[in-house]
Ligand binder design. Structure first.
Ligand code: NI
Length: 294
């Protein structure tokens, strides 16, 4: 059932177009890390809103105004001063696999963020409770894994609201973050999610495409190849090959000195870069479907 939910539904032409958009949008985040034993420098975050006020602040004058607090409402990665990374697991929880993953995390003192699908979450509230009790974070990944940008407003709202309700009932805490399935988003929906739900969109910068390559070694190799400080790593706790890879991924990343934090903790560590006054690269205001499945 979960596999069906997760299969991309785009036509070939649309997929190519979307891949083009995403390859531009995530170009920086997806640049492979150099093969070095040292930790690479933080990646520039691909998403930085530019406002008139922030451009003003970038001009040195006699009495420069304080830099305004520009709230980012979407993150694909963060700029951090340290080897911090956020593991994220989508599409669960899964009755058999998610507990195995939680055990592997707990025994290593690792925390992650789970973007749960409401139709799964409602079946396993105890797993959500355990995540919360373990110190993991839970985000919203819609109720039935549709492309939210293709739904009318009422249906998109219901996908989000029903899932948040399940999470809130199980844990006592409403989710702060939404990861749109397939990364599919529209400017209108994005604004609505911010205005109505006050949620921040979370994308990713490391994608082992574990939904496509059901191969633990591939998942391990790709995460180790792509990871860098500030990374948000996408994986799925509904695939046995992914969950089997994770103890090895965790141990390898820990051995390299990486520190696992939740999405909230990573964002709290984010250091906004200087705002570029010129034409900004594509950011999340544009349609932003995923290069992969999320
Ligand atoms: Ni997904």
């Amino acid at each position: 059932m979960t596999i069906t939910l997760c299969m991309p539904t785009l036509g070939k032409g649309a997929t190519l177009l979307l891949l083009g958009i995403l390859s531009a949008r995530f170009a920086c985040a997806q640049t492979p890390a150099p093969t070095t034993t040292q930790l690479p420098s933080p990646t520039a975050s691909p998403v930085v809103p530019v406002t008139a006020a922030s451009q003003e602040a970038a001009t040195p004058e006699i009495s420069p105004p304080p830099t305004p607090a520009v709230k980012k409402i979407a993150f694909g990665s963060c700029r951090v001063d340290g080897p911090y990374i956020a593991m994220t697991f989508d599409d669960g929880p899964n009755a058999r696999l998610t507990p195995l993953l939680l055990d592997a995390m707990e025994s290593r003192g690792i925390h992650a963020t789970f973007f749960v699908v409401g139709s799964n979450a409602v079946l396993y509230p105890d797993l959500l409770k355990r995540m919360a009790q373990d110190g993991d974070e839970i985000g919203n990944h819609s109720w039935s894994h549709p492309q939210l940008s293709k739904l009318d407003v009422a249906k998109a709202d219901k996908e989000i609201l029903d899932t948040s309700d399940v999470i809130t009932k199980a844990t006592g805490q409403a989710p702060l973050y939404l990861r749109p399935p397939y990364g599919a988003m529209s400017p209108l929906l994005r604004k609505r999610i911010e205005d109505k739900f006050g949620m921040t969109l979370i994308y990713w910068s490391v994608d082992p495409r574990d939904w496509k390559y059901r191969d633990s070694q591939h998942v391990y190799d790709e995460i180790l190849r792509q990871v860098k400080p500030g990374a948000i790593i996408l994986s799925h706790d509904i695939h046995a090959t992914t969950v089997a890879a994770m103890p090895h991924v965790f141990d390898a990343l820990l051995a390299k000195g990486y520190k696992f934090v939740t999405v909230s903790q990573l964002i709290a560590l984010n250091q906004p870069r200087a705002i570029k006054p010129a034409a900004s690269p594509m950011h999340e205001a544009t349609s932003s479907p995923a290069p992969s499945h999320s």
